[in-house]
Every structure is written in structure tokens, then in C-alpha cells.
Design a protein around this ligand. Structure first.
Ligand code: F6P
Length: 550
């Protein structure tokens, strides 16, 4: 097992770098030195100097509440926390997920076939070879389904793919499919594959997904790293009943494939393991969209599109590995998160994509960030001494503008926000895109510089105080490569923050207790046995039992 870096044995807030930032925060905030209007007025080069471009992403940090000194001190903090050494340990296959004794190698999923990466303690096994072997099988399968060569049990081509998974086995491919739908229908093609996602154990989810489907033309992909997740297995059983009722048990082999690390459980479920696409324990669920978990995405956009998507991730991996902290996009975004969360009192981070195709991106980032960095114990088992992961939330613009932006503009809380926009529209219609982007630019301007300031009371109600920090991310267009880059940007942002706090960003024990309790409660709902919970839970279950029986 990889040893814990010596920097993690010292509480981060006892380091000189942390103290320097605390002092800097006190003087700059009290001295009003972080006033964006003044910072821009006194430095005509600020926009240029605080903009970094890499991997097709143009990122303007200038509307953040920082000076060059702040960025220097944050880079010192990254040094004090050994972020670069920890990053290198991750990329090289060290077992940095210490609680589960696993390597963390989602970056190996997007490496070129010529690279070599071995997991610590497993010499001679190049994981990149294994990755490309599975990619090759996925591509061959995707080509067969997309061309109509793979048919269902009655000889009909597949028209609808239903992805059955939850958490990382759903959010990544569902978000990416929604983002890249324009790439799923090549111009002049007659091919028309619909992809749906069922995750919730709420029967409505699968009921509505199957309502208008024809079993003869439907394929299910059961995606579960562990193949033990109750939601996914319940939905998969329901789907199998639906199919078998229509086509008979022998049809299952033509209509079900699996994505998992657990071959035995896939076989037990009744899916032929020749129709299984594997991945590895060193791919965390929320980091898995570049593995076979992305099979539904590959079926939609094709193997070439999927490889472009991986290339975009790899572009950012290379940048993250090589750029100095002050020019390193994921590190900067992560360090700004530390600045706002730990030194300026922000509790949340808004993500505001100006693209309806990115409507699931905030939800995707919620799992990525909150499941990774929602931790209260450091890697060496001590309670953390500072706040950790932010609450991540957001909605696409301009919808959010007519809902919650009021609070960002005029509320009492500090809400740093990432704005994500594109030069070219995914779906060009009239002047929609210019109107969308005019709002995109207007919002960060209004948030930074405010307006309508006046002295009497009615003016105050209307005044925009400004000085609300934003980061603006602009790319040419939302294509597979750009989406891959955006995902890797946030993956490494989350890594940077976890590395500074000295926590393990790659386990998720916090999701377990609820699962255990639900397993105990399930039989109680269908019996009249005595209940031994707390008084509130007993009363709620009793009411449920009585009213359900009634
Ligand atoms: O409950 C949390 C979780 O373990 C996530 O981390 C994971 O992405 C999800 O459940 C699904 O797990 P699996 O892919 O094993 O079904």
C-alpha cells in the first residue's frame, strides 16, 4: 500500500502557507483590496494576465476576488500540501486510495496505446494494454449494433438502448449523451438509435422508459461496477421480465449486455459473460465514464467520437501534469475553491452552463465533487481541522437567471460561480445563440461590477453591489473532445482540493449506512413485526403500513 505523504501528517491549517493565506485574507478583505472595480481600474492588463488557455478551454479567472499575491500564496499552499507529488503518484499507479488499498487510474483510460502504466505491486501488467483491449471490443460491438448487423432475437436491428445503472454508472453516460446528442445522428444517415437511462428504483423510472418501446428492437446495458447495487439489479430484473414475457427466455442473450468489474455476479444474473465489458477496481464509479461504463455513449456517438472524447480528457491530463500551478487550469480552479471555502466563507459552488445540452452537468459534478470530497477525516485517520467539500449546484442559463440568480446578485451569501459557454451553438436556429451568449457575458459583468448604486432607500433595493466572483470558461463548441476536457478539468480540480485537505477523495463510505438500514426496513414494510427503530421512524413505518394496507 502507498505510504501517506509526510505533508498529510501535519494539519494543513498549521502550515506557514495556510497561515499566510489567512493573514492575506484578513488584510485584503478588511482593506477592501479585493474590490473588482478597483482591481480592473488599476490594472488594464488584468483580464489578459488572469486568463489561461489550454486543451481548447479559454478560462478567464480575472473576475475572481484575487490579486497576483493571492495566486502566489495559493500556489505555495499547493506546494506545502505536496499536490504535485500526490498527482504524480496518482498518474503512476500508486495505491493512493488507501482505505480501499487501490490505485486511482481513471487517467489510464484515456492514454494512447503506446503508454505503459502498472499498478503499484503488480509489476509486468500494463493496464493500458487492458484498457485498449476492452476499447477494441466495445468498438466492434458498437459498430455491429450501429450498422444493424447485431440483431435482436427476432432478427430486427436494435433501435433503442436502455442504460440501467445509478450514480457513476448512470450520471456520466447520461450527462454525456445529453451533451453530445447532436453527434449521435450523423447528417444524411438513416440510422436513428435512441438511448435512455433508467436509474431510480422508483418504478416510475423504468415504467415510463419502457412505455413506448418494442422488446424486439430494445437492448439493455446493465451497468454496475459491483453488480450488487439494489436499484440497478431491481431495474434489470424488471427489464428482463418485460423482455422474457414478450420474447421468451432465450432472447436474453441478444438483448442484454453487462458492464461490470464482477464477472461472477454478471453470470449469476444470467447475462452471458461474452457480452460483458469489464473495467477495473482502480476506476472509481464517479470517474468511470471513460471506461466501458460509457458504452451507451459510444453506441450513440460511435467509436471515433468516443475516442475523441477520451482525447479531450487526455489533453487536460497532460496539461495538469505539466503546467506550473499558477497556469494550471484544474489546480487554479481547485485552489480558488479553497480560497473561497476556507478563507472567505463560501459554502457552495455554482456551476452555470450556458448550454441546454449540459443540463445534467451540474448533477454529474455534484457526485464527482461531493462524493469525493465530502469527508471529515484525513488520510491518516484524524478529524479534519478545516472545512472540506463545497455544496455543488447549478442549472443551465438562462433558466437559472429567472429562478435563483436574484440571490447570487443581491443575497447576503458569497457564491462563487463557474460560467461555461460556447462560441458556436450545438443547434443553430435564428439568433438564439447570440441572445444566449449576450446573457452569459452580461451576467458575469453584472456580478463583478454591479450597478444602480444610489443613496436613498429605494435605490438601495435596486442596487447591485457587484464584487460577486465568477470564473468564465469558453470553448469553441460542445463536441466530444471539449466535453472530455471539461470532465477532466473538474476531476483534477476535485483532486487538487482533496490533496490540499489531505483527505481520500476516492472512497465513499458515507453512502453505506443508509443502504444497510433500507435493507433492514424493506421486509418490515411487508410484515406486522415489532419495530425497534427510534420513535419517529417507528411511527412513520407504522403509518405507511396502515395506510398501504388500507
Ligand atoms: O452508492 C454510491 C455508489 O457506490 C457510487 O459510488 C457508485 O457510482 C454507485 O453507487 C453505483 O455503484 P455500482 O456501479 O457498483 O452499481
Amino acid at each position: 500500500m502507498a505510504s501517506i505523504p509526510s505533508s498529510d501528517h501535519q494539519p494543513i491549517n498549521t502550515t506557514d502557507a495556510w497561515r499566510a493565506l489567512a493573514a492575506h485574507a484578513a488584510t485584503t478583505v478588511d482593506g477592501d483590496e479585493l474590490d473588482l472595480t478597483r482591481l480592473f481600474d488599476t490594472d488594464p492588463e488584468r483580464a489578459a494576465r488572469f486568463t489561461v488557455e489550454a486543451a481548447g478551454l479559454y478560462v478567464d479567472f480575472s473576475k475572481n476576488l484575487v490579486t497576483e499575491e493571492t495566486i502566489g500564496l495559493l500556489a505555495d499552499l499547493a506546494d506545502a500540501a505536496d499536490v504535485a507529488a500526490k498527482r504524480d503518484a496518482m498518474f503512476s499507479g500508486r495505491r493512493i486510495n488507501t482505505t480501499e488499498d487501490r490505485a486511482v487510474l481513471h487517467t489510464a483510460l484515456r492514454r494512447p496505446a503506446t503508454d505503459v502504466v502498472e499498478v503499484e505491486g503488480e509489476p509486468g501488467v500494463n493496464v493500458v494494454d487492458e484498457v485498449h483491449e476492452v476499447l477494441g471490443r466495445m468498438s466492434a460491438f458498437a459498430n455491429r449494433v450501429r450498422s444493424g448487423e447485431w440483431t435482436g432475437a427476432t432478427g430486427q436491428a436494435i433501435e433503442t438502448v436502455v442504460n440501467l445503472g445509478i450514480g457513476g454508472s448512470d450520471l456520466g453516460p447520461a450527462m454525456a449523451y445529453r451533451a453530445l446528442r447532436p453527434f449521435a445522428r450523423p447528417p444524411h444517415s438513416h440510422w436513428d438509435l435512441d438511448v435512455r437511462f433508467v436509474s431510480n428504483i422508483d418504478p416510475t423510472d423504468i415504467h415510463e422508459a419502457l412505455l413506448d418501446l418494442d422488446p424486439e428492437t430494445t437492448m439493455f446495458i446493465v451497468v454496475s461496477k459491483t453488480f450488487s447495487t439494489i436499484e440497478t439489479l431491481t431495474n434489470a430484473k424488471t427489464a428482463r421480465h418485460w423482455l422474457v414475457d414478450a420474447l421468451g427466455a432465450e432472447a436474453v442473450g441478444r438483448h442484454f449486455v453487462a458492464v461490470s468489474t464482477n464477472e461472477e455476479r454478471v453470470a449469476d444474473f444470467g447475462i452471458d459473460t461474452t457480452n460483458m465489458f469489464g473495467f477495473w477496481d482502480w476506476v472509481g464509479g464517479r470517474y468511470s465514464v471513460g471506461s466501458a461504463v460509457g458504452l451507451s455513449l459510444m453506441l450513440a456517438i460511435g467509436p471515433d467520437g468516443f475516442r475523441e472524447f477520451l482525447s479531450g480528457m487526455h489533453d487536460v491530463d497532460l496539461h495538469f501534469q505539466s503546467a506550473p500551478a499558477a497556469e494550471n487550469l484544474p489546480m487554479l480552479i481547485g485552489l480558488l475553491g479553497i480560497w473561497y471555502g476556507n478563507f472567505l466563507g463560501a459554502e457552495t459552488q455554482a456551476v452555470l452552463p450556458y448550454s441546454d445540452h449540459l443540463s445534467r452537468f451540474p448533477a454529474y459534478l455534484q457526485q464527482l465533487d461531493m462524493e469525493s470530497n465530502g469527508k471529515r477525516v484525513t488520510k491518516d485517520g484524524r478529524p479534519v481541522t478545516v472545512d472540506t467539500g463545497p455544496i455543488v449546484w447549478g442549472e443551465p442559463g438562462t433558466n437559472g437567471q429567472h429562478a435563483f440568480y436574484q440571490l447570487i446578485h443581491q443575497g447576503t451569501r458569497l457564491i462563487p460561480a463557474d460560467f461555461i459557454g460556447f462560441i458556436h451553438p450545438s443547434d443553430p436556429i435564428g439568433d438564439h445563440h447570440d441572445l444566449l451568449m449576450a446573457n452569459f457575458f452580461a451576467q458575469t459583468e453584472a456580478l463583478a461590477f454591479g450597478g444602480n448604486s444610489g443613496s436613498d432607500e429605494s435605490d438601495l433595493q435596486r442596487a447591485f453591489p457587484g464584487n460577486r466572483p465568477t470564473t468564465t470558461i469558453v470553448a469553441e463548441r460542445l463536441d466530444p473532445r471539449t466535453l472530455g476536457a471539461l470532465i477532466a478539468l473538474y476531476e483534477h480540480k476535485v483532486f487538487t482540493m482533496g490533496a490540499v485537505w489531505g483527505i481520500n477523495s476516492f472512497d465513499q463510505f458515507g453512502v453505506e449506512l443508509g443502504k444497510v438500514l433500507a435493507t433492514a426496513i424493506t421486509p418490515e414494510l411487508q410484515s406486522t413485526s415489532d419495530l425497534a427503530h427510534d420513535a419517529s421512524t417507528n411511527a412513520l413505518i407504522t403509518r405507511y403500513r396502515n395506510h398501504r394496507a388500507g
